[in-house]
Design a protein around this ligand. Structure first.
Ligand code: NDP
Length: 287
C-alpha cells in the first residue's frame, strides 16, 4: 500500500510532482486555487478536492507547492492541521521556514521544509539527478522518506527547519556568481572573430576544473589556516587582475560584475594576507 498524498498547488512544479506520485502508484488528492489546473490530473487518476481544507482532511501527508510563503499563509488560513505531516516545498528564506515550522507546530502538525534543486522537467526522471533538500522533523522525514523520494532524490540536512532553504540559497547564490562570470566572458568575445559556440565548451570544462577549488576552500575554512595548499596566492592574483580589468577596457566591456569581487580581494590583501588563498574573502562578507 502506497502512502496517500495530498498536494496543494498545481503550478509547473506542483503538476510535475503530482504526475510523479501518480506514476509511482500513490493515491493522490490535489487542490489548486484555479480549479481548471486540476482537470488534466483528474483524468490521470488524481482525486480533486474542492477546497484546501478538504484536501488536508484526506490523510496524514500534506505537501504544499504554492508560489511563496504568503500564499501558504493564505491557502491554509483556518485549515485544521491537527495530526498532519506538513511538507512545505515553497521556496523561502531560512527565517520564513523557521517561522512556518513554529506556525505549523502550534497547529498540531509535524513540519518538514524542502528546497527543490530542479526544474519541473527533471521531476520523476531519476537520471536527471534532481533532488530536494529537507530539514525539520526527522521523524516526519524518516516516516515518509520513500514517498518523498518518488519525484526526486532526498537530502535531509538537519532538524533546523531553516537549513533546507539555507542550502538551497547557498547553491543558487554560487550559481549566480558563475552566471555572472560566464556573462562577462561572452561579453569579452562578442564582436570578435570568436564564436560563442566555440567558447562554450572551453568555458564549461574550465569551470568544471575550477569547481574542485571548493574542497580546498572548505578545508581552509575548517582549519582556519588559509595559507595551506595555496596554488595561486592572493598577492599574485591581485596583481594579475589588472590584465582582466584592462582587457575589459580594451574590449569595451563593463567590469560591474567583476569589480566587487576584486575589491574584496584587494581589501584582504591590504590586511596582510598576500600569502593566502582567496578564502579570506568569505570572512570579509560576514557582517
Ligand atoms: P507557478 O507559478 O507555476 O504556480 C504557482 C502556484 O501557486 C499555482 O498553483 C497558483 O495557483 C498558486 N498560488 C499562487 N498564489 C496563491 C495564493 N495566494 N493562494 C493559493 N494558491 C496560490 O509556480 P511553480 O509551480 O513553478 O513553483 C511553485 C514553488 O516551487 C515555488 O515556491 C517555486 O519557487 C518552487 N520551485 C519552482 C521551480 C521551478 O523551476 N518551477 C524550481 C524550484 C522550486 P493558481 O493556479 O490559482 O494561480
Amino acid at each position: 500500500e502506497k502512502t496517500p498524498v495530498a498536494l496543494l498547488g498545481l503550478g509547473a512544479m506542483g503538476t510535475a510532482l503530482a504526475r510523479a506520485w501518480l506514476a509511482a502508484g500513490h493515491p493522490l488528492t490535489v487542490w489548486n486555487r484555479s480549479a481548471a489546473r486540476a482537470e488534466p490530473l483528474a483524468a490521470e487518476g488524481a482525486v480533486v478536492a474542492a477546497t484546501a481544507a478538504e484536501a488536508v482532511a484526506v490523510g496524514r501527508l500534506v505537501v504544499v507547492c504554492l508560489l511563496d510563503d504568503a500564499s501558504v499563509e493564505e491557502a491554509l488560513a483556518g485549515v485544521d492541521l491537527t495530526g498532519r505531516d506538513l511538507v512545505n516545498l515553497v521556496t523561502s528564506t531560512p527565517g520564513q521556514a523557521r517561522d512556518r515550522a513554529a506556525w505549523a507546530e502550534a497547529r498540531g502538525a509535524r513540519y518538514l521544509d524542502g528546497g527543490i534543486m530542479a526544474v519541473p522537467p527533471m521531476i520523476g526522471v531519476p537520471a536527471a539527478g534532481a533532488y530536494v533538500f529537507y530539514s525539520g522533523s526527522a521523524e516526519l522525514f524518516e516516516e515518509h522518506r520513500e514517498t518523498l523520494a518518488a519525484p526526486a532524490g532526498v537530502r535531509y540536512v538537519g532538524a533546523d527547519a531553516g537549513h533546507a532553504a539555507l542550502h538551497d540559497v547557498a547553491l543558487l547564490s554560487a550559481m549566480y556568481g558563475m552566471f555572472a562570470g560566464v556573462a562577462h566572458a561572452f561579453a569579452l568575445v562578442r564582436g570578435e572573430d570568436v564564436k560563442p559556440g566555440d567558447l562554450a565548451p572551453l568555458l564549461g570544462s574550465w569551470l568544471t576544473a575550477m569547481a574542485g577549488s571548493v574542497e580546498r576552500t572548505a578545508a581552509q575554512l575548517e582549519s582556519g589556516d588559509y595559507a595551506t595548499g595555496v596554488v595561486s596566492n592572493l598577492g599574485m592574483q591581485v596583481a594579475g587582475k589588472e590584465a582582466l580589468l584592462r582587457t575589459a577596457g580594451e574590449q569595451r566591456v563593463s567590469v560591474e560584475l567583476l569589480s566587487p569581487y576584486f575589491r574584496l580581494m584587494e581589501h584582504r590583501l591590504a590586511l596582510g594576507s598576500g600569502a593566502e588563498d582567496l578564502t579570506g574573502v568569505v570572512d570579509l562578507l560576514r557582517r
